[in-house]
Design a binder for this molecule. Structure first.
Ligand code: PMT
Length: 419
């Protein structure tokens, strides 16, 4: 699990607008990323969502009244103000913007924010005319000039019936802004990553095909991990079990030939390729137009070689006439002599790294939630990754890729850091 915000304390101020209900999703996303979230609500906000909801999601009491001092050993609003790495107001009403711009301190949120030196992120939500009112514009400008960061409202249907700008930004957008402020730019920002996942489907006739046991989980985990590190991800996927991840470009294919075309067409401009798909080496020579009828006792299916996509990428990458900085990671699913076959594939297919998967090991390989792999580079074994979830394997693989692309030693990448 990606715990990007682990160790960070976020003060979340929720003010009284209909969008207050979205604060539940926001809390849950922040907590999942490891943040310690302390919620403050105005009386108005409690009309739209109960403190108990946010208390349950954050596992902390929610503060609604500056005088409700429960712990005599501290002054709560000062304690919370001091503990914050970041203060977030989402949703922020026009009233709260006015209070903050003018230094008022007449409720828990405005009082605590006057006392904190933490950076401030504001996600406003209001009626379109309120958002365009000169008084609100002045307050926004004043707060921005003092260093507050805004996640601007979106445009669309507003709860008040108007269509226009004023809708609270989506929780994912607010989370992205929070991560950027607390962790800095993500390490793969601006990088294009292409991942292949799942098994190919080689048609015999309209109702029959040759495929394999790949579920796509390993490729999906890589796509998600790269996406969460800021990369622009394209996922070329064949037959898979689960729904592909959000926030990545999906290219659906069936056969190895289709995967070859989809991948090769996208290589220019791509920085990293993970070739996690299980590709059929052979396909039926003829794909029958109609269902094959049962007749003779035996049926011989003639198969021909499929293009080797990984080999094609390796040749493209090392072609002196093509300028590129592609970093290529192949996978090797093996049942015997794992290291020998993996290193042979690494060299033959001109990969930068190869991920050897002993698919006979329990808890590894096709369809499982976990994997066990060994990563090899031209210099030999880089790291053995013991059994862990495919998402955690993906995170570790990205650490190794980042370290090797930067010419550093893989093991100096630092587990779980700077995602
Ligand atoms: O999808 P899951 O259920 O999560 O399972 C994960 C996995 C076991 C499929 C994955 O981790 C894995 O090992 N993928 C590689 C499977 C495979 O096809 O291995 P291979 O040893 O046959 O091929 C070696 C490499 O060449 C692979 O990167 C493969 O994508 C590539 N290849 C193979 C044949 C071909 N015609 N074109 C290729 O590009």
């Amino acid at each position: 699990m990606n715990k990007t915000l682990s160790g960070k304390t976020i003060l979340l101020g929720v003010t009284g607008g209909i969008a207050a209900y979205k604060s539940a999703t926001l809390c849950s996303r922040l907590v999942n990323l490891g943040a310690n979230v302390r919620v403050m609500m105005t009386k108005g906000a409690t009309q739209f969502i109960t403190p108990l909801t946010l208390q349950t999601l954050t596992r902390h009491p929610v503060a609604t009244d500056v005088f409700d001092e429960r712990d005599a050993s501290i002054v709560q609003h000062i304690d919370w103000a001091d503990s914050a790495d970041l203060a977030v107001i989402a949703p922020a009403t026009a009233n709260m913007l006015s209070k903050l711009a003018n230094g008022l301190a007449d409720d828990m949120i405005s009082t605590t924010l006057l006392a904190t030196t933490a950076p401030l992120l504001i996600a406003p939500a209001m009626n379109v005319h309120m958002w365009e009112h000169p008084a609100v514009i002045d307050n926004v400008n004043k707060l921005a000039s003092r260093g507050a960061t805004f996640v601007e409202p979106g445009t669309g249907q507003l709860a008040c019936g108007y269509v226009g700008k004023g809708r609270l930004a989506e929780p994912d957008e607010i989370v992205e802004a929070i991560v950027k402020m607390l962790v800095g730019p993500k390490p793969l920002t601006g990088q294009r990553v292409l991942v292949t996942a799942g098994g190919t489907v080689e048609r015999i006739d309209p109702v029959r095909y040759i495929t394999n046991d790949s579920s796509g989980k390993m490729g999906f985990a890589l796509a998600e991990a790269a996406r969460d590190r800021g990369a622009e991800v394209t996922l070329v996927c064949g037959k898979t079990e689960a729904a592909p991840p959000n926030g990545v470009q999906i290219v659906k294919i069936d056969s190895a030939k289709e995967m070859y075309d989809a991948v090769m067409a996208r290589l220019p401009g791509t920085n990293i390729v993970f070739k996690a798909a299980a590709v059929a080496d052979y396909r039926p020579l003829h794909q029958e137009e109609h269902k094959i009828k049962k007749s003779a006792e035996a049926l011989t299916l003639e198969l021909v070689r499929n293009p080797d996509i990984l080999q094609g990428i390796g040749d493209w990458k090392t072609n002196q006439t093509i300028k590129n900085d592609l970093f290529l990671i192949g996978f090797a699913a093996e049942t015997t002599d794992v290291e020998k076959h993996a290193i042979d594939k690494l060299k033959r297919k001109k990969c930068d790294l190869i991920v050897a998967n002993d698919v006979t090991a329990s808890g590894a390989g096709f369809g499982t939630e976990t994997n066990i792999v060994s990563v090899y580079g031209p210099q030999g074994l880089i790291e053995h990754i013991p059994q862990m979830t495919k998402r955690d394997v993906a995170e570790r693989l990205l650490d190794i890729v980042q370290a090797n692309r930067n010419g550093l030693e893989a093991h100096s990448a630092g587990k779980g850091t700077n995602r």
